[in-house]
Design a protein around this ligand. Sequence first.
Ligand code: PMP
Length: 419
Amino acid sequence: MERARAVIPNGMYGHESVALLPEGYPQFFSRAEGARLWDVDGNEYLDYMCAFGPNLFGYGHAEIDTAAAAQRARGDTMTGPGEAMVAFAEAMVAQVSHADWAMFCKNGTDATSMAVATARAHTGRGKILVGRGTYHGASGWAIQRASRGLMPEDKAHVIHFRYNDVESLADAVKMAGDDLAGIMITPFRHEVFQDQFLPDPAFLQFARESCDRAGALLIVDDVRAGFRLDRDCSIEAYGVSPDLSCWGKAIANGQPVSALLGVEKARQAAGSIVATGSFWFSAVPMAAGVATMRAIRETDYLERTIARGTALREGLQQQAAAHGFTLRQTGPAQMPQILFEEDPDFRFGYAWVTEALDRGVYLSPYHNMFICSALTEADVRLTLERTDDAFAALKARRSSVQPVEKIQPLVEAIRAANR
Ligand code: PMP
């Protein structure tokens, strides 16, 4: 960290910075394999963050890494893309039912920003509706948290609505008037420092109908949840189909590539926007993506992650109760958010994950976590042995656990935005 602070602002930045985590969380890692990772001091952890989403099949997955290595031997960042780009687009279009075409980029923010541009190009209008407090990336239009360096104009054409609230969405649609270009939604509500919740089918339906009435595009931001809930776009299970969907994180099991997928009617608009980057067409991530799509089609990864997540959830619930605590475990079991009941300043959550970390289990006290399909039943049992000890240690020092001062301004801002 000392070396990092000398040459990197604050030593680290962004979502993988440990600034908001409890003291003692490692910042730099030396290695990862399957469901485990090792920090630079050699400590081993069962990793429930999965790189904040990209690790779906396990770090260093044999078939996916073999496909990537074979492509690397032939060429990666070249003067043009490899055949793998077409194969990856074919595989994603075949996998995602609403998709007629695919465009690739590097990060989730690229995909959501391209979706915004495509909706505007398609409609010739400006206003984009997004959920209040919903994360769609680190670009001016999308950032809702306090951040220096932004201008009000960056968000001049973004209107916020309350997620799952039909009336609030109706107000936002009305406010957009005849300038509505698109509505962007995440497939469920998965924001930091708060419980997760699933979408109300009536809310999804209303978003779909509002777009249809206005000729605007419905955009699903599946960057975080994509292929973790379903082998298709995450809202298809509700009988609602988007016009555009944004993907990233897990689509190449950790290789850097993201995607914008769309329906036929949006193809021309997507082809009319400026969208490019030096590394966007690198062939190695595309080859990894093709192998990942095969694993999504052909393995029981989804059922495994749900089963492991459910076993973990049930075990933790019993342990917490036995030690006199109540957990709020929300969202899909394979993307768990674990918060403590009656813990408004997060002191118990922070203390408990610290006890777990000391015992080799890497959990987050404020961000949803991820289960990868490399996690075994034995790993879950080992995790539960360690978390049981962590609960016992927390119980023993319950009366002396201190509030977490450094997160209070952020928690207050989130509560205000939710009001
Ligand atoms: N949308 C959602 C829902 C996300 O979770 C994220 C990343 N956490 C993004 C967009 C942005 O993706 P990236 O960090 O790859 O730019």
